[in-house]
Design a protein around this ligand. Sequence first.
Ligand code: VGL
Ligand code: ZN
Length: 198
Amino acid sequence: MTEALIVIDVQNDFCPGGDLPVTGGDQVVAPINALMDRFDTVVLTQDWHPADHSSFAANHPGAQAFTEIAMPYGPQTLWPAHCVQGTKGAEFHAGLRTDPAQLILRKGFRAAVDSYSAFFENDKTTPTGLEFYLRGRGITRLTLVGLATDYCVAFSALDARALGFDVTVLPQACRAIDLAGSLARQMQAMADAGVVFG
Ligand code: VGL
Ligand code: ZN
């Protein structure tokens, strides 16, 4: 009863054929579906951007995707437009089980701030409310899976550790973007923060 499965961003745009495809992104669906029955609490997160979102390269004339810009809250990677609210790309992968989830948490819905983490927006201060939902239900141990290992999964895992949760990441149920060594860097950061890999 003190454990939750947190399924990060298993959405069409992060799967092959999507607008920000993660290699093998669709391969996480079967293992995640199988895991759901082992948890009393299942939370799904959904990257949920307005079309004018500041993380989209197309909203910065002359800028290229996969480069960095300075935002008031710090450096921000620019991405191809993805997970736009109400589009097919923002929907969960059609094979993902959603019935076992008690909470679907949307994030990244404010144009001015991205939100990789399920706990805080990229300004590192604006809470999504997930911490309070989990604490309110007496949950202390989290298992994280989904997309992408080195962005939304890692940022969520690191924030969860900083908040005092016990955190396990299951790499076989995650896939990475791996931009400029980000996967190795974030795996190390998670290990250093006390994340357990299952
Ligand atoms: C993600 C980049 C931009 C993710 C979301 O889910 O890892 N990555 N938006
Ligand atoms: Zn996004």
